[in-house]
Design a protein around this ligand. Structure first.
Ligand SMILES: C[S@@+](CC[C@H](N)C(=O)[O-])C[C@H]1O[C@@H](n2cnc3c(N)ncnc32)[C@H](O)[C@@H]1O
Length: 216
């Protein structure tokens, strides 16, 4: 009798990618517009539950993270979480070519979720699909409950964004040169925006996301 080949579990898949320090094939980076910047898109169908990408970066203790000085843009690439009863941060502010750091926020209908997994006694943050994802779909997860400024805006055209909420003034990013900022291709972040998302930490608080995805 023919033995059926066992499929790799999503967790094993994630472990393999983590150990190889390479992104899993199946996703590509795309420039969306000068407001949202880049995003990550599925280049093949991804089934619900599958491992997608690691949010790769430098693992820092919270103390170390606090001691560093990040620009507003860099601070949007910090992801804090709890592990072994201590607070940690993945600093993905360095442009290292990895895709996990480029995944954008969607708090209404995200197609993946961030989970914490431990490999070789170190924590890693990984995105897993929560629904079937089709080729060409943008990969998106929920950044958490912070008042992210873009959540009050609605896209009305490929490059035009209309403000539907005016509680936080936000610079007109359509008029800025996307490619010249900070030497990285990132959307400028206004100080107002950082103030709006600050809670207990001096940078955007991803910790709310942790409870959301039960990263205990
Ligand atoms: C971790 S980075 C994601 C990658 C980023 N788009 C880039 O091009 O580098 C987070 C930044 O992406 C942008 N962003 C993420 N989700 C967004 C959304 N739903 N709408 C508009 N901008 C978003 C914001 O500028 C945010 O500070």
């Amino acid at each position: 009798m023919l033995k059926r080949k066992r499929r790799t579990s999503p967790l094993d898949d994630a472990r393999t990618c983590i150990l190889s320090a390479k992104d899993k094939p199946g996703c590509v980076e795309k420039f969306i517009d000068c407001y949202k910047g880049r995003g990550v898109y599925a280049s093949e169908p991804i089934e619900a539950g599958a491992f997608i990408l690691e949010y790769r970066g430098e693992l820092l203790s919270m103390e170390k993270c606090h001691s560093r000085h990040y620009s507003d843009i860099e601070s949007t690439f910090l992801f804090d979480f709890e592990w072994q009863k201590r607070h940690w941060c993945i600093d993905a502010s360095k442009e290292d070519g990895s895709l996990g750091r480029l995944v954008n926020d969607n708090h209404k209908s995200p197609n993946c979720v961030m989970k914490k997994i431990t490999v070789n006694n170190r924590p890693h943050l990984c995105l897993f699909a929560v629904k079937q994802i089709e080729t060409g779909d943008e990969i998106e997860y929920n950044y958490g409950d912070s008042k992210w400024p873009w959540r009050g805006k609605v896209a009305v055209g490929p490059d035009i964004v209309a403000a539907v909420q005016t509680t936080t003034p936000y610079p007109d990013q359509t008029s800025q040169d996307y490619s010249k900022r900070d030497g990285v291709k990132q959307v400028a972040v206004s100080p107002d925006r950082v103030a709006a998302v600050q809670t207990t930490t001096p940078y955007p608080d991803h910790s709310t996301l942790n409870s959301l995805v039960s990263m205990k």
